[in-house]
Design a binder for this molecule. Structure first.
Ligand code: ZN
Length: 253
C-alpha cells in the first residue's frame, strides 16, 4: 500500500489525483474504520489516517475528505483564529484543495472564487502572475503549495497584495525546509535535476527559513505563526497535526 501510494504521488500530479482517488479512498475508509484519530475537517474518525507522500509518511491522509496534516492544521487555524466561517467575505482560493472546496463553497457567508492555471477543480483559469481581478477585490486569499512551482513567487505575491482589500488577509503555505536561505536556480529545468535539488520534479525552488521574509519583499506582509504550539498535545495526536508546521499568514501591505 505504502509503495503504491508513494509511486502514484510521484508520477501523477495531485490535481489529477484528486479527481480519481476518491473512489479508492472510499474503499480504504472501510479498512481504516476506528476511533483513534479524528479529522476536524470532515469530522470522521478512523483507526489511523492513510500513509501519504514520497516516503509514505504514516498517519497522514484522511480517507474521507483527502485532508492532510497541513490541511487539518489550517482548518483549525481558520476556526480558532479568524472569522472565516462567519463574516461576509469575498475569497480567492488559488489551486483549491479538494478537502476544502465543497465545504468552502457551501459557506453562505462567502463569495467564494477558485482559480488556477491548470487545475480542473478551479472555476477560473488564471495565471497567478496576472490575477484577472481589479485592485482591492478580496478580503481573503488562499494560495497553498503553489509558490514553489511558479516562475516568480515575488511577482505572485505582488499580485496577491494588489487584489487584497485594505485589511485583507491570506494564508500562503509552501514546503519549507531546514535551510537558512531559499535555494533557487533558474538554470535548472530538467525534471530529474529539479527533483534532486528542489525535492520534486515540478518545483523551481526550495524554501528555507527566510520564506516569510523573502515573500515580504513583494510588499505583502507575511509572518509565521507557530499556531500548532497552542494546541493541546492530545489533540495534536488525535488530529495527526504537523508539529513543526508554521502558518504563513499574510496581510495587505
Ligand atoms: Zn477528513
Amino acid at each position: 500500500m505504502k509503495s503504491l501510494i508513494s509511486w502514484t504521488i510521484r508520477y501523477i500530479p495531485r490535481k489529477y489525483l484528486q479527481l480519481f482517488s476518491h473512489i479508492f479512498l472510499r474503499i480504504a475508509a472501510v479498512f481504516y474504520r476506528g476511533n483513534r484519530v479524528r479529522c476536524p475537517i470532515c469530522s470522521r474518525s478512523f483507526r489511523k489516517f492513510l500513509p501519504y507522500g514520497r516516503v509514505g509518511r504514516e498517519n497522514a491522509l484522511c480517507p474521507n475528505c483527502l485532508g492532510l496534516e497541513r490541511h487539518r492544521l489550517m482548518w483549525l487555524f481558520l476556526q480558532q483564529k479568524t472569522d472565516f466561517f462567519t463574516k461576509q467575505l469575498k475569497v480567492l482560493h488559488v489551486a483549491p484543495e479538494l478537502c476544502f472546496l465543497k465545504r468552502f463553497e457551501a459557506l453562505k457567508n462567502l463569495d467564494y472564487i477558485t482559480g488556477d492555471l491548470e487545475s480542473p477543480l478551479a472555476k477560473i483559469k488564471m495565471d497567478i502572475h496576472q490575477i484577472p481581478f481589479p485592485d482591492n477585490t478580496f478580503d481573503v486569499v488562499f494560495c497553498n503549495h503553489v509558490l514553489e512551482h511558479v516562475k516568480s513567487d515575488i511577482d505572485a505575491c505582488k499580485e496577491i497584495n494588489r487584489v487584497l482589500k485594505p485589511g485583507g488577509w491570506g494564508i500562503l503555505q509552501s514546503p519549507v525546509y531546514d535551510l537558512d536561505k531559499t535555494l533557487e536556480d533558474t538554470s535548472i529545468t530538467d525534471p530529474v535535476e529539479r527533483e534532486r535539488v528542489f525535492g520534486q520534479r515540478d518545483h523551481v525552488r526550495k524554501y528555507g527559513k527566510d520564506y516569510a521574509e523573502r515573500l515580504s519583499t513583494s510588499g505583502l506582509n507575511v509572518r509565521e505563526i507557530p499556531f500548532v504550539r497552542e494546541i493541546d498535545p492530545h489533540l495534536i495526536h488525535q488530529h495527526a497535526l504537523p508539529e513543526t508546521e508554521m502558518i504563513y499568514f499574510c496581510s495587505k501591505g
